[in-house]
Design a protein around this ligand. Structure first.
Ligand SMILES: Cc1cc2nc3c(=O)[nH]c(=O)nc-3n(C[C@H](O)[C@H](O)[C@H](O)COP(=O)(O)OP(=O)(O)OC[C@H]3O[C@@H](n4cnc5c(N)ncnc54)[C@H](O)[C@@H]3O)c2cc1C
Length: 416
């Protein structure tokens, strides 16, 4: 499908696609076939190759070691990396580091950028974004955030309990959302604090066992439960303006939701390619499976919906240039999460036993993609925002031929 992305965007996507085809996908296939995980040294060697090809960290300004592409220019490259389980990591465009780099770049002080952004881009250090909390803390409703940071002299003292901090097991720097003004509304009284993971009082409790936790790399990303107990960091570790944490998180999430959509669209596209190749070759009941109308129609629907998702993501990305585009992003995220889940499920079904087996990447895709309907806002949370916006726009209109109930006919004993 032709999307007429800019020349810069298309050139980068072609080169990223070639890197996936020539280098990354063959290594992924080997890891799946042998069960031998991809080592940290091999991952670093992939980074070196990505650097030689000018593909490394396409989303980061050149002064910090990236390729300096803007959001729309990197879009089709992010779709390309989604085709492989290790694609995003191989060019340092993986969550959560990619979103954290973006946040540091947007609102970090020059000192914070030197200390954390530069080594984060190079891969010397890694990061986590610590927002979600266990019962009854912040989750779908982030206003319920319980973690606090109180001022003591020139330091913050943090106390709280977080979980599902992606990358938190190996992170060197944690971006922690904490209430910094308990008297203000949470949206006006929360800050993001940069907490080095080796600070006294930070305890990584465990890597939360989860669907899709079998990794083909030696060092899996993991999702950590973390306790913060009397953790002291300097006030200058505030990321962006004090008490503006939600506004900054929203800037991070707007783009972050779309980059997730791009990567998962790439994953769905590859799943569909594998399914079509299988259907074209496999015979049953006197013809290839690709000849069966029941399957042809499902593939046609999948192609159509994937195209719609990719178009919506491009539209939302364009709108982000002009505004927060909350509704466009919510719609794109809700739709893409469901389409990619459905397509990967269909691909598994089309490939029969081979879809369940782990020689193909489909079973891994299936396990990974399910979380996408929950992370970065669950389906229902996005529907809530979209519906609120839809009803806000309702004008009072008289509905013709609809009589009002006659109050006098009301029988008191049924009242209430
Ligand atoms: C793989 C993975 C990675 C993650 N990475 C991170 C990370 O790096 N950092 C971080 O801070 N968090 C992370 N999270 C947490 C994620 O953001 C939360 O799980 C998500 O926001 C939902 O919050 P919750 O789990 O508390 O669910 P809850 O708030 O308990 O909601 C449970 C379910 O209720 C439903 N629901 C919620 N609100 C409504 C409503 N208004 N109407 C109807 N139904 C509703 C939804 O289906 C939702 O899934 C990650 C989670 C996963 C699974």
């Amino acid at each position: 499908m032709e999307y007429h992305d800019s020349e810069t965007a298309q050139d980068m996507a072609d080169r990223v696609g070639a890197f996936m085809d020539d280098v990354v996908l063959p290594r992924e296939r080997e890891a799946l076939a042998t069960g031998e995980p991809i080592t940290t040294e091999e991952m670093e060697a992939l980074w070196e190759q990505a650097k030689e090809r000018d593909l490394f960290a396409p989303q980061v300004p050149t002064e910090y070691g990236g390729q300096g592409l803007d959001f729309r220019e990197m879009l089709p490259s992010f779709e390309q990396v989604g085709r492989s389980l290790i694609g995003a990591r191989s060019i340092r465009a993986n969550a959560p580091d990619e979103g954290n780099m973006h946040t540091l770049e947007m609102v970090g002080t020059p000192e914070q950028k030197e200390k954390w952004l530069r080594p984060l881009v190079s891969g010397e250090i890694s990061s986590g974004f610590s927002m979600t909390e266990p019962m009854q803390g912040g989750g779908s409703d982030p206003k319920m955030l319980k973690t606090t940071a109180q001022k003591d002299g020139d330091e913050w003292v943090l106390n709280g309990h977080k979980w599902w901090t992606t990358g938190g097991m190996n992170a060197d720097i944690l971006l922690v959302m904490a209430r910094t003004d308990p008297d203000a509304h949470p949206y006006e009284g929360t800050s993001i604090i940069l907490v080095p993971a080796d600070t006294e009082g930070v305890t990584v409790v465990r890597d939360i066992p989860h669907l899709g936790d079998h990794s083909i790399t030696e060092q899996s990303v993991g999702h950590a439960e973390i306790k913060y107990e009397n953790v002291r960091v300097p006030l200058k570790n505030t990321l962006g303006a004090e008490n503006q944490g939600f506004q900054i998180a929203q800037m991070r999430l707007g783009g972050g939701r779309l980059t997730h959509c791009m990567r998962y669209s790439g994953m769905a596209e590859r799943a569909l390619d594998i399914a079509k190749a299988y259907l074209a070759e496999r015979e049953a009941f006197g013809s290839t499976l690709a000849d069966k109308q029941a399957l042809r129609h499902r593939i046609a629907d999948a192609e159509t919906r994937l195209h719609a998702a990719r178009t919506m993501v491009r539209h939302a990305a364009r709108e982000l240039d002009h505004s927060e585009a909350r509704i466009e992003v919510a719609m794109a995220k809700l739709f893409t999460a469901n389409v990619t889940n459905d397509i990967i499920d269909l691909a598994v079904q089309c490939c029969g036993g081979a879809g369940i087996g782990k020689d193909l990447p489909l079973a891994h895709f299936y396990e990974h993609v399910r979380a996408f309907r929950i992370v970065d806002g669950a389906d229902e949370v996005h529907r809530r925002s979209i519906a609120r916006d839809a009803f806000d726009a309702v004008e009072e209109v008289e509905i013709p031929n609809t009589p009002q109930f006659d109050e006098e006919l009301w029988i008191d004993e049924f009242d209430g």
